[in-house]
Write a protein that binds this ligand. Structure first.
Ligand code: 5GP
Ligand code: MN
Length: 344
């Protein structure tokens, strides 16, 4: 695939072939569909090719991904730090997927930093950090899953991409593009999907497993937040929503229950910038979404200790929910011109 430097692909292939111990695959904290789809897809392909592979996730990931091939192999660092450390000690190659900075690993950062084997990064975020021996990073890909597919296809491991791997990779592409609603301006994404389709994936079943898998509590929380926790700022083409710890308790919140909430205000006529603030034990999790040229990663980088993509970004704010919301309202005027330029 001409979009990826063949020399880099060769180095990727060689680093894998040089591994004689385990290869450990690592997604970012609170992994999403793309992080898990990439990790599990690559896990299946490398296993098929005869390698020994472990997966260590910094934290747990949503239940609605727990049907994916290999999901029961994932070691959760936050619950099993010793088992995770052992997996690292038994490995001579580490592959980081779907993140660009070590800070995205949370408490698992030291384990990755001190890893003695070779390290590879495969990612599609802007500004990849310099913490691995090899960096495969390209923001023109919709998702890390699409990038992994494109890379592997150019290697001798291509024949090992089976239906299970294709299903995981498709899940990554589907979730990172909002079911092909955004990040899909590059036709290559659809070419990759066509190839995954030839491998026999069932898109409808995958969609259903991911999106028709919510609890009644989650639906009720969504309705509650839309009614009681949303503020619209028409003059800034913006909207925000928040979820308190008490709300979470009242609706028996589990990881992933707020997934997708941040996108909803974007369906209001004229709104192109949306924010979601979720109160966590030690910080406020911030999520941003936008439409068009308005770059929300600049907002999260500058004001919310975060990063991300132009139209999907997030961060962690170490203060109260009220302070996070006030901060958001205070910075809107600074971005007013840029927001207005993006309104079509
Ligand atoms: P989400 O809003 O779905 O949690 O995150 C959207 C995107 O924002 C992610 O794919 C990731 O690129 C970025 N992001 C979310 N949270 C953080 C964070 O705490 N730090 C950084 N650097 N990026 C984040
Ligand atoms: Mn991604």
């Amino acid at each position: 695939m001409e979009r990826i430097d063949i020399e880099i692909v060769k180095r990727f292939e060689q680093l894998i072939k040089n591994s004689s111990k385990f290869i450990v695959l690592v997604p970012h904290t609170n992994p999403d569909g793309d992080a898990m789809g990439s990790v599990l897809g690559l896990w299946r392909i490398l296993q098929n090719a005869g390698f020994k592979v472990k997966i260590v996730s910094p934290t747990k990931y949503p239940e609605f991904y727990h049907w994916m091939d290999g999901h029961d192999q994932v070691i959760n660092f936050s619950h099993h730090p010793k088992q995770s450390a052992r997996a690292f000690a038994e490995s001579d190659l580490l592959i980081c997927l779907d993140f660009n900075q070590l800070s995205r690993l949370g408490d698992m950062k030291p384990l990755v930093e001190s890893f003695e084997g070779k390290k590879i990064l495969v990612d599609h975020h802007p500004n990849p950090g310099n913490f691995t021996d090899l960096v495969i990073s390209d923001i023109t890909f919709s998702s890390t899953a699409e990038l992994i597919f494109a890379v592997l296809q150019s290697t001798e491991f291509a024949p090992y991409i089976d239906r299970n791997a294709a299903t995981s990779l498709f899940t990554g592409i589907m979730t990172d593009t909002g079911s092909f609603a955004f990040n899909v301006s590059n036709p290559n994404t659809f070419e990759v999907v066509a190839q995954l389709t030839r491998l026999g994936i069932d898109q409808q079943e995958i969609y259903s497993k991911v999106y028709d898998n919510y609890s009644a509590d989650r639906m009720r929380l969504m309705g509650f937040c839309l009614s009681n926790r949303m503020t619209v700022y028409p003059e800034y083409h913006a909207a925000s929503m928040y979820i308190t710890r008490e709300d979470q308790k009242a609706f028996h919140f589990v990881t992933g229950d707020n997934e997708g909430f941040v996108n909803m205000p974007l369906s209001i006529n004229g709104i192109i910038f949306s924010a979601l603030f979720t109160e966590k034990e030690k910080y406020i999790k911030v999520s941003f979404r936008s439409k068009g040229d308005f770059a929300v990663n600049e907002v999260s980088e500058k004001y919310f200790n975060g990063g991300g993509h132009r139209n999907a970004a997030g961060g962690e704010y170490f203060a109260s929910l009220q302070e996070a919301m006030t901060q958001f309202e205070n910075i809107l005027p600074e971005f007013e011109d840029r927001i207005k330029q993006s309104v079509k």
